[in-house]
Ligand binder design. Structure first.
Ligand code: MCN
Ligand code: CUM
Length: 796
């Protein structure tokens, strides 16, 4: 008779355990960066450029210095004397900390004031007199490469134009041949607009340099504290053990809190100069106008088709607008991130991708807002191209996908762009989705509605995402290899603490890491504390982004628990007075194989580790595991959306959204569902209502929540989630794949495809996001495509 514990009851794998962190969050007891108050703390504010491109003729700070309560006014010139006016970016470019020669985007940091309170600091910023000489402005790639375009990065030697890189992957000649053989070529031009993660909490830091101990402590909103510590050590040449980065509770990250921002650097320098703690908290418009953006990329794509529907090849050219500095926060050697994960779910014999990156007078972009480094763009382009190709062939869009999917037995599958996908059941996911939405029925309803002048549409999108960077062979940040670690300490009473180098920003690690330990050791989840975010206590890790925590840090948690179990087995053998080979494990308990009723619990082993260990055994029950994943994990999803478009107004309503996500084994099904709902909400917002665009002078339009809309529960449609397809990850210790971003990655195309399906009979091929009612109305009324960011004229 087994005496194994009931895994769901103890909060192990598969338990929809309530999020333990929410206990403090919903009571208003979270501890965010801005909640922290240190003795003698001063406040810093940033003066930002009103112009998008201008030479700085002079900066006069004398009036600011005279304001009572002002302690320090920092300018680029002062930063330059310490070699800190510029900093390196994660993409091997440089970025201005405070502008010296020119300003290159609206909102760029020009000066900082440190004062007794933030209001004095803000007033003093307004007392700084800057004389600018305006320069011509570039707001898109076309202007960037036009003849006679002003060179934005004239600070860089050998930079004679605005091109950052040319990049390509795939087989150009083979693709050429495939296109020559094609019965039909389907073409699509698209723009994925700039989008902004907009977490509720803005970025911020409190730097606290203590001259007496030489220790620098920085509390900050970062998704990757260890990388920040390494960057501070390397850039500021401070000894690493004298730097402590603490990332307290984070009010949402979504990629916004991966990069290093000038505000962090200035607060650190100010604290070192003043020997007092200096707090900088970004305001909302500062966050919207200047921190890391995502996307802003143009596609010219083609699919070569055989008349029976088989895809023979794909060709894509992408133009990426990076803004004023190439500061993509991504760990691959590929200039355009993982864009070439496009078409990974389809069996494409050959393909070729080229990409060009350019500078513009816009805030530096390149954070991967809820996506594994341009996978969102890749999947959006892919699914829009797939829908257009099916349409061009006159084929059913679901059938077209099914016939071109990679088959279940074909894994591991090498994509034409070099990735190795691990596992999946793509057709099954599609079937589940089609059944749930009532596909055939809906097609009939759509026809019937048309005869009454109503426009219904159905959109399908699929996505597979390369999650879990890295493996250390292929992924690094500034040369630091991508892996993660976990440390587990089991106390003598059998309670435990687990720490990882990841950093939760709302994803629920405090809940789910405990569940992994429970699964491996049978210690109830409520007996396990999870801690992350303090570089003095957490083991080394590369942080939380690209949904890498479960694939990498989560795997490390499982591996360290297994090390603990291996030692506990020796303790059990000692307690049971049998040899280790005779000891069997069941959840929570070791027993003697020949006498199963004789056993010891994991808690009894724990106390023995401190009180009754065998001769020669090192006491204690703690360990650390480093995990270098053999491959990325490849979750898959199908999203299906039905809509009704009102031809009078262009307003579209979502009738139904079905999501079928296969992220392998789910640690906490409720948390996974929350992640999917959050991602779908963001996808809906991007497709429907959000844009940050720029007028001809480079003024950022949309740097407030009147223009950049965040959907509330009122606007957000309902979602129907399906979890019945589970393909365990073959190389992950508990079979889990990442999930944090999937719905935000795959969702947008489902919404857009649905609206396009509703109006495709008018000959309109594309409306670029956001599908605002006036854009849909214009397309429908005049039968024409609507391309690019919404036009904004300067005289509006
Ligand atoms: N999980 C699970 N079973 C799986 C996979 C994941 O139970 N098979 C759980 C995890 O244990 C974790 C959560 O789901 O609690 C998300 O896990 P994972 O997919 O590993 O993603 P990360 O923890 O690495 O989170 C990063 C991801 C990213 S990159 C963005 S951006 C994003 C996202 O998570 N930002 C978020 N979701 C967010 N959710 C909130 N609330 N706030 C953010 O800032
Ligand atoms: Cu891709 S945004 Mo998240 O990686 O923090």
């Amino acid at each position: 008779m087994t005496q194994a514990l009931d895994e769901i009851k103890i909060g192990g794998l598969g338990a929809s355990r309530k999020r333990v962190e929410d206990n403090r969050f919903i009571r208003g007891k979270g501890n965010y960066t801005d909640d922290i108050v240190l003795p003698g703390m001063l406040h810093m504010e940033i003066l930002r450029s009103p112009l998008a491109h201008a030479r700085i003729k002079s900066i006069d700070t004398s009036r600011a210095w005279q304001i009572p309560g002002v302690h320090l006014v920092l300018t680029g010139e002062m930063m330059a004397t310490r070699n800190l006016a510029w900093m390196p970016t994660l993409s091997y470019d440089t970025q201005a900390v405070l502008a010296t020669d020119k300003v290159r985007f609206q909102g760029q940091e020009v000066a900082c004031v440190v004062a007794d309170d933030p209001y004095i600091a803000k007033d003093a910023c307004e007392a700084i007199d800057v004389e600018y000489e305006p320069l011509p402005v570039i707001v898109n790639p076309e202007q960037a490469v036009a003849d006679g375009a002003p060179v934005i990065r004239d600070d860089k030697e050998n930079q004679a134009d605005n091109v950052i890189y040319h990049w390509e992957v795939g087989d150009a000649e083979g693709t050429e041949r495939a296109f020559a053989r094609a019965d039909k070529i389907s073409r699509m031009k698209l723009h994925y607009p700039r989008s902004h993660p907009s977490p509720i909490e803005c970025c911020g830091s409190i730097a606290d340099f203590n001259r007496a101990t030489s220790k620098l402590t920085v509390y900050m909103t970062t998704q990757a504290p260890h990388i920040i510590r390494a960057a501070v050590a390397l850039v500021a040449e401070l000894p690493e053990h004298m730097i402590r980065i603490i990332s307290p509770d984070i009010g949402g990250g979504f990629g916004n809190k991966v990069p290093v921002y000038p505000g962090y650097v200035c607060s650190i320098l100010a604290s070192i100069l003043l020997e007092r703690p200096v707090k900088w908290i970004e305001d909302k418009s500062g966050n919207l106008i200047s921190t890391g953006f995502a996307r802003d990329i143009y596609l010219d794509g083609e699919v070569a088709l055989r008349s029976d529907g088989k895809i023979l090849g794909v060709r894509m050219h992408c133009d990426a607008d990076h803004g004023a500095f190439f500061s993509d926060a991504q760990p691959s050697k590929f200039k355009i991130g993982l864009l070439h994960s496009a078409f990974a779910a389809y069996d494409i014999p050959v393909g070729h991708i080229t990409a060009r990156g350019t500078y513009s007078n816009k805030a530096p972009g390149g954070v991967a807002y809820r996506c594994s480094f341009r996978v969102t763009e890749a999947m959006f382009f892919q699914e829009r191209m797939i829908q257009a190709a099916a349409h061009d062939l006159g084929m059913d869009q679901a059938e077209f996908r099914r016939m071109n999917f990679v088959r279940d037995e074909a894994f591991p599958h090498r994509t034409p762009f070099g990735f190795l996908t691990d596992s999946g059941q793509y057709a099954k996911c599609l079937d589940v989705g089609l059944r749930a939405v009532g596909y055939q029925d809906f097609l009939r309803q759509k026809e019937a509605a048309r005869t009454k002048g109503r426009r219904l549409g159905i959109g399908i999108s699929t996505m597979t995402e390369p999650l879990g960077a890295g493996n250390s062979r292929e992924y690094d940040i500034l040369g630091i290899k991508m892996f993660d670690s976990a440390e587990l300490k089991v106390h003598l009473t059998g309670k435990a603490i687990v720490r990882t180098g990841a950093r939760t920003q709302g994803q629920g690690h405090e809940t789910t890491w405990a569940q992994i330990v429970s699964h491996e050791l049978g210690i109830p989840a409520e007996d396990i504390t999870v801690e992350e975010g303090d570089t003095d206590t957490a083991p080394f890790g590369m942080g939380t982004y690209a949904s890498r925590s479960t694939p990498v840090a989560g795997a490390a948690v499982a591996m360290v628990a297994r090390k603990i179990r291996a030692k506990a087995r020796k303790l059990a053998a000692h307690l049971l007075e049998v040899s280790e080979e005779d000891v069997e494990w069941e959840l929570g308990r070791f027993y003697v194989r020949s006498a199963p009723s004789r056993g010891v619990t994991i808690q009894e082993c724990a106390i023995a580790a401190y009180s009754n260990m065998p001769d020669g055994m090192e006491p204690g029950l703690e360990n650390t595991a480093f995990y270098d994943p053999p491959n990325l994990t490849w979750p898959f999803a199908v999203y299906i959306v039905t809509v009704e478009v009102d031809p009078e107004t262009g307003v579209w309503d979502v009738l139904n959204t079905v999501a079928v996500d296969d992220c392998g084994v789910r640690i906490n099904p409720m948390i996974v569902e929350g992640q999917i709902m959050g991602g779908l909400t963001e996808a809906y917002a991007i497709a429907n209502m959000q844009f940050i665009t720029f007028d001809a002078e480079g003024n950022c339009v949309g740097s407030n929540y009147m223009d950049y809309l965040l959907p509330t529960a009122w606007e957000t449609p309902g979602f129907e989630l399906h979890s019945e397809v589970v393909t365990p990850c073959p190389h992950h210790p508990i079979g889990a794949k990442g999930i944090g971003e999937c719905a935000a990655v795959g969702g947008p195309a489902a919404f857009v495809n649905a609206v396009m399906d509703a109006i495709s009979d008018t000959g309109v091929r594309n409306i670029d996001m956001p599908l605002l009612p006036d854009r849909v109305w214009e397309a429908l009324t005049y039968g024409r495509d609507i391309s690019g960011a919404p036009p904004v004229r300067s005289d509006d």
